[in-house]
Design a protein around this ligand. Structure first.
Ligand SMILES: NC(=O)c1ccc[n+]([C@@H]2O[C@H](COP(=O)([O-])OP(=O)(O)OC[C@H]3O[C@@H](n4cnc5c(N)ncnc54)[C@H](O)[C@@H]3O)[C@@H](O)[C@H]2O)c1
Length: 246
């Protein structure tokens, strides 16, 4: 029996990259997984490979769509016990003077507002029996790096939102924890890995000698979803191969 047997777990941005790894880890641990992604076809293709999984096409910036999908998941899959709110991305780089208000709003929208929308949609279905929410922040949620003011602000916001949910709903059986990956090779970051010099430099900066994998991030998410993490809420977990302490 897996650590998530009997649980229904929602994964946003679950069709690719870190989200896909989370879906596969949760399913391996026995969860029935609801894969939500703006790429509905990719979500369906992944769900077709997993026993009992369901796919839903939606953008996390659309609160009404999320609300309807969460109600459908709860009704048809028997509740929602866990959620990994992973949809997001940097969308590009620009220092503040080159960052337009529209770009700033778009990055905040996909990452921070998308996370807020997802929590607000999923929470009503967790309040009866409790649940675990894992938010996907980033090392950019605790540190700054050059030319990413919108992403840094959004991911710091997710860390704060996570703490706020932990404080407000802990007594109702809700745990909420943030995961902060460093560099991870995914479809969203693949363009960075064409430059071998960059990859070598990146690996050398990590005390473990390499970047972390999507699978390693997924294992941490699976643990935080499980009852083994019952004492953990409001916490911020760096998954960066030691990069931040180097
Ligand atoms: N890859 C990294 O190095 C890294 C590091 C730190 C944090 N993160 C965070 O991890 C998460 C996943 O990153 P990744 O590299 O796996 O991304 P990715 O681009 O490889 O995959 C993202 C998935 O989410 C979906 N998605 C994107 N925006 C969406 C939206 N608005 N609504 C619904 N679905 C959406 C995409 O269709 C895709 O399936 C993001 O929140 C990202 O900020 C990534």
């Amino acid at each position: 029996m897996g650590e998530l047997t009997g649980k229904v777990v929602l994964v946003t941005g679950g069709a690719a990259g870190i989200g896909e790894a989370v879906v596969l880890a949760a399913a391996r641990e026995g969860a029935r997984v609801a894969i939500l992604d703006r790429d509905g076809r990719a979500a369906e293709a992944l769900a077709a490979q997993i026993n009992g999984a369901r796919a839903f096409g939606a953008d996390v910036t659309d609160f009404n769509a999320l609300k309807a999908i969460c109600a459908q998941i709860a009704a048809e899959m028997g509740g929602i016990n866990g959620a990994v709110l992973n949809a997001g991305g940097a969308l590009g780089r620009a220092p503040l003077m080159d960052c337009t208000p529209e770009f700033f709003a778009a990055v905040i929208g996909v990452n921070l507002v998308g996370c807020f929308n997802s929590i607000k949609a999923v929470l009503p279905h967790m309040l009866e029996s409790g649940g675990s929410i894992v938010t996907m922040a980033s090392l950019a949620g605790v540190l700054a790096e050059p030319a990413m003011p919108a992403y840094i602000a959004a991911k710091h916001g997710i860390v704060g939102l996570t703490k706020s949910v932990a404080v407000d709903y802990g007594r109702q059986g809700i745990r909420c924890n943030a995961v902060c990956p460093g560099f991870v090779r995914t479809p969203g970051t693949e363009h960075l890995f064409a430059d071998q010099g960059f990859v070598q430099m990146l690996n050398s900066l990590h005390p473990i000698g390499r970047i972390v994998t999507a699978q390693e991030v997924a294992e941490a998410c699976a643990f935080l979803l499980s009852d083994r993490a019952s004492g953990m809420t409001g916490s911020t977990h760096l998954l960066d191969g030691g990069l931040a302490v180097n």
